[in-house]
Design a protein around this ligand. Sequence first.
Ligand code: IFM
Length: 801
Amino acid sequence: MGADAWTWSYEGYDPGAERLREALCTLGNGRFATRGAASETPAGPAHYPGTYAAGCYNRLTSTVAGRTVENEDLVNLPNWLPLRYRILPADTPDPGPWLSPDHPQLTGHRRTLDLRRGTLTLRSVYEDGAGRRLTVTERRLVHMAEPQLAAQRLTFTAEGWSGAVEVVAGLDGDVRNSGVDRYRELADTHLTGWYTGIEDDGTFWLHCRTRTSGIRIALAARTRTAPRPRAGHARLTPRRASRTLTVPLRPGATATVDKTVALYTSRDRGVTDPLAAALGTVRDAPAVPRLLASHHRGWDRLWQQARLDVPEEAGRILRLHVFHVLQALSPHTARLDAGVPARGLHGEAYRGHVFWDELFVLPFLNLHFPEVSRSLLNYRHRRLPAAREAAREAGLAGAMYPWQSGSDGREETQRLHLNPRSGRWLPDHSRLQHHVGSAVAYNVWQYWQASGDTKFLHTKGAEMLLEIARFWAAKSDWDPALGRYRIRGVVGPDEYHDGYPGADRPGLDDNAYTNVTAAWVLSRALDLCRTLPEARRQQLFERLALAPDERQRWDDIAHRLHVPYHHGLISQFAGYGQLAELDWAGYRERYGDIRRLDRILEAEGDTVNRYQASKQADVLMLGYLFSPAELSGVFGQLGYRLDDDIWRATVDHYLHRTSHGSTLSALVHAWVLARVRRADAWTYCEEALTGDVADVQGGTTAEGIHLGAMAGTLDFVQRGLTGLETRDRALWLDPAPLPQLSKFGVRIRYRRHRDIDLRIRADRVTIAVPDSEHAAVQVRLRGQPFTVAPGTVRRLGLPGG
Ligand code: IFM
């Protein structure tokens, strides 16, 4: 792997690593993205050239384990990459073989992602036994300024022969969603109604639609060559369109083939005829060199807004994370109706669904691209009616957001999931992770605090927050024996435990994370009710039929929800302390990798429900969401003591009982340990950083990056290590740099101030606020107040540092 600070490269061709590299070399612009697959070959065991447009889903029915199941997937769209080529030597009538990285004539291969400019370059060298050498370089982009466009430039160089290259540029609609092996028993053909064509000017195109959601999709491609082609013809089949070009080539000279593609769907705003739009856009598109220049400028603007200066390897990986987060969620996303797909637009794992992972993503975006955060919250707001309906069907009030969300906000979580280790299809109760609602509420609040967008908070934000609070109130039952409210029958962030051993109903009672965040949501909802302007308050209360006694009940619950403890530490859920201890050392010795302990135990005929064993941070998530002061405040409000000793004991307990079967886990542990056990934080930080680049979860990155963990690592630097909070109209800072990450800088946008530079050194903080007409920025450094006027820089020693 190359070591330049702004490039990410892979030397040599390795079919076994190809799918992982494809995911990590994906190019996208927040509207659509395409995996970094070779353009010479269709999908096969080594290659999976997927293209996905944000929010473009389709639903199919399948039969698995004798049951009919419905699944909605982010659709793999027609492949626009195909570019095949072969040598036509002048001295023989026989064409050479079609070349690709899989061909034995390949003698060199390098794939380079240029993060600064947003391009992928694939360089392949082929040599035949007769001394002919062909070097092919493909530079590829998915345009960051013209989000319907993508382009490829192939450059050919001949050595030891002359003649021509024959190039076939294609659009391939014969694709399926077959990128995830575990889903192979599920229906995967989402496209239908294909037709293709070619225009007089040589532009060829493909049109199709999704089977049940009826989204129309059109791609149009234009080719240009230099020198001019000697010959050319088109080939159309119902599902494929291509153009073959023969381009002369002399030794030492180069020939180029440019392919520019426009992609539209009927979901695009202002588009009634995607094909007409694609044809018009590709016809008017500038030549590839100019497209490259405007694409670079598009990326330049983004890098200005998301600047993160972290030295060395950690900085290089974090830059890759910024790159992928912005390819999945960019300012273009702000114009769409789309949520945060857990695996980016980079693969088909989790079917492109939207989980609670936005909890790890929006806090990063809030401080750079608040308009993107707002649009992602709008995605949730548009689905508020569906969340209300789900609550109603469950016999509850308020809004019950789905654990997995797709096109219309209904619950998309599968009823059955496959344990690949045992081959058994098992009931899936993960839909009981109702804490996703608290994540939406938390993001509403965080977004408002960082952006100052009171209009949003008082309208859509308030509706969501109040309805989620209402759901928690409806879900809380008074237990007279305990003298507390309880929330029963849920699954917490640790997805291992989905019920009590031997119980006849799924779900657990009083998951501490769920209850504490529910109390927090209820309190913020009440704060909002108190501070809304009178007219708006009346209007909202009337619309939601929110009576004073309901608010009183919220207040009561927010003070009296149960949080279970055992042995003086916070229990993950009621009864957790009675579960058996697992023989961690024995399982590690026997299996090596025990990240998916649930699958191992199930395959052994046992169940993880019997053990004090978590897949990922659960109780410790509380230390991720809340600063120590805020967390002990919420516990205090609930009538519990949470001091440093209890928190430390709690952290230690779960640290030794977590298998980290999710990429989110290492991130949360790094964040929490940075405050509690600094010496141990770096191990988790490294694991979080390398989660995708080293494919820590053993093969999952090939199916899509882990967007929550990637964005979370950025936020770890931005908020975790700086202790940055945006509350009470001030920037609160409480830096906790790690010895291995003690010097860094971030550029943030805070309310009206753009480009605030924040630099941390082990013993001091520097804050630079660019000149503007806005008021000075209020800063509280470890509680001490400072102001930083626009156009000034303040260097502050760390109090108590
Ligand atoms: O939301 C996560 C969950 O916390 C762990 N399993 C994967 C989901 C999607 O990323």
